[in-house]
Design a protein around this ligand. Sequence first.
Ligand SMILES: NC(=O)c1ccc[n+]([C@@H]2O[C@H](COP(=O)([O-])OP(=O)(O)OC[C@H]3O[C@@H](n4cnc5c(N)ncnc54)[C@H](OP(=O)(O)O)[C@@H]3O)[C@@H](O)[C@H]2O)c1
Length: 226
Amino acid sequence: MSTVLITGAARGLGLEFTKQYAAKGWKIHACARNPESLIGIEGDIHPHKLEVTDYDAVKALAKELSAEAIDVLICNAGVGGEGSHAGQAFGSFDPVLWRHVFEVNSFAPLMMAEAFAEHVARSTERKLIAISSILGSLASNNGGRYAYRASKTALNMEWSCLAKDLAPRGIICIALHPGWVQTDMGGSTASLTIDQSVPPMVKTIAALKPSDNGRFLQYDGTELAW
Ligand SMILES: NC(=O)c1ccc[n+]([C@@H]2O[C@H](COP(=O)([O-])OP(=O)(O)OC[C@H]3O[C@@H](n4cnc5c(N)ncnc54)[C@H](OP(=O)(O)O)[C@@H]3O)[C@@H](O)[C@H]2O)c1
């Protein structure tokens, strides 16, 4: 049986990842701040209460699951940054907002990777996935949303480093852009529905080979420029 661990599993893309892997018959460690909302979803779902910026809690969960092999670890939890796009425009620098956005989008995924690298290394698939964003791409940048963009650029660099550092353990590290998707974060005018984003991401993850290690891909497997 294959196992996936997903952060931010109770809402948006994370909830759909949970449902998709459940439908495939996988064992799911579904991490969420409010795991109660996962009750009633069919499948081999193991809910865990997890605030991703509580690093002691991340380490405690890794210890609790120390006997497990995790085939796919999806660092999905993220924040856009309160105050909307305007709050992140040039001229409105807000250090409190920046710290929060970096804490969730950049620091926590690296902590997850450190805490769970062994669990992933002992699995069959050995895949470490960061849900990043095209907004973190330096090559595609068109300005604005400073904190969110910078946090995802930092995340991309972390995954590029992990791809090198974890390659000897056979771990495939991928930064994955879900597209612009209709979630609470993406808003109702986003170009893709959740159904147009998550099932292709699950397929893209399933198709990953060791030679893909260190790539930045979008939901359908298309290569993106860092
Ligand atoms: N939607 C898009 O268009 C889009 C585009 C590019 C990238 N992304 C990325 O995709 C990922 C998922 O986004 P989404 O669209 O599904 O957004 P969403 O609907 O706003 O969901 C965000 C998820 O992250 C969780 N989360 C936030 N802060 C957390 C924390 N401190 N600890 C634990 N969980 C936390 C939330 O949990 P709670 O329910 O507890 O708040 C929720 O499950 C994010 O990394 C986002 O940056 C989204």
